[in-house]
Design a protein around this ligand. Structure first.
Ligand SMILES: NC(=O)c1ccc[n+]([C@@H]2O[C@H](COP(=O)([O-])OP(=O)(O)OC[C@H]3O[C@@H](n4cnc5c(N)ncnc54)[C@H](OP(=O)(O)O)[C@@H]3O)[C@@H](O)[C@H]2O)c1
Length: 284
């Protein structure tokens, strides 16, 4: 039986640490979120990835209570909404996130998207407000999401705080190598969103062969590849059997040759499933 303690932690450059496997709640309706989160916590997950944009921060808090856990038992990430990049809006949005979570802090708070075509490209002012949240302790760590290398370089040149993480689209078909390498060089931990490409990668023949050899499912093989490559992951599911399956990845290892075969599935930009961060301008 897998236990909580088997999930490794990743050290962040600010001295905090994050469980390498968590549970994502994108596209889970708020009414279904408490049950899904409770199920994940009962299986052993102790890290939840939510966002104001997902509309289910309150459901996350309810799920934690329903599982009989204390707030401090769970690492919670949330994200600043796209419509709230102006400094005062960001302050109000962060207050709202804490209120919805029923907590005086989040473990990690991210700028959800850089939105370089909006707000006069000024994600720097937004980041300086994130530094306030870190400074007053209400965000234990701060980071970014969907930041490209040029966005990270600009933060490095114009602000004092290196993001603790960058949460980016990353899965076998789209390995986002340049952004990931920048993070590795600069102490920014990489979080892989859509780690199984929302299920699209699970029918791949190579993944299937490796899964058969390992006696595991395709999803477990892909998640294990992430873990051995050092990525932080939080697969989403509302299906109890899959929630458990995705957690049971710490009692086997992939051989180097299998990791390399999965590395070779990278299709570059053609493998991207979500919007391109340079162009994404949804601020609703
Ligand atoms: N920062 C960002 O911009 C951003 C963007 C997207 C996602 N994220 C974060 O990353 C998390 C994960 O990404 P994601 O939700 O987009 O995609 P994902 O985790 O790659 O895939 C989720 C999909 O795969 C299915 N699934 C899950 N486990 C499975 C298994 N073992 N076998 C077969 N199918 C399985 C789920 O179906 P069922 O639910 O029906 O079981 C769901 O349709 C999100 O929840 C969110 O926290 C962040």
């Amino acid at each position: 039986m897998t236990t909580v303690t088997e999930v490794p932690f990743v050290d962040l450059h600010d001295g905090n640490r994050i469980p390498q496997l968590g549970f994502g709640v994108f596209q889970i309706d708020e009414s279904e979120t408490p049950d899904a989160v409770r199920c994940a916590l009962e299986v052993g997950y102790r890290h939840i990835d939510t966002a104001e944009m997902y509309g289910n921060e309150g459901g996350v808090a309810e799920g934690i209570r329903a599982a009989g856990l204390d707030r401090g038992d769970v690492f919670i990430t949330s994200k600043l909404n796209n419509g709230a990049h102006e400094p005062d809006d960001a302050r109000r949005a962060f207050d709202g996130t804490l209120e919805a979570l029923g907590s005086d802090h989040v473990d990690l708070f991210l700028v959800h998207w850089p939105l370089p075509t909006l707000y006069d490209s000024d994600f720097v002012s937004t980041w300086k407000v994130m530094e306030e949240f870190k400074g007053d302790g209400r965000a234990r760590s701060i980071g970014v999401s969907n930041f490209q290398v040029e966005h990270l370089e600009r933060l490095a040149a114009e602000t004092d705080t290196v993001p603790a993480v960058n949460q980016i689209e990353l899965h076998p078909s789209f390995q986002n190598g340049e952004v990931r390498a920048y993070g590795e060089e600069h102490g920014i931990a990489t979080e892989a969103w859509a780690p199984i490409a929302q299920g699209e990668v699970l029918g791949d023949d190579t993944i299937g062969e490796i899964a058969e050899k390992a006696g595991r499912t395709p999803a477990q093989v892909v998640l294990r590849w992430h873990i051995q490559r050092g990525n932080i992951v939080f697969p989403k599911s509302v299906t109890p059997e899959r929630i458990r399956e995705n957690f049971e990845i710490f009692d086997f290892e992939l051989e180097d040759s299998d990791l390399e075969r999965i590395d070779e599935l990278d299709r570059g930009e053609a493998g991207r499933t979500g919007p391109h961060p340079d162009k994404f301008d949804y601020a609703g």
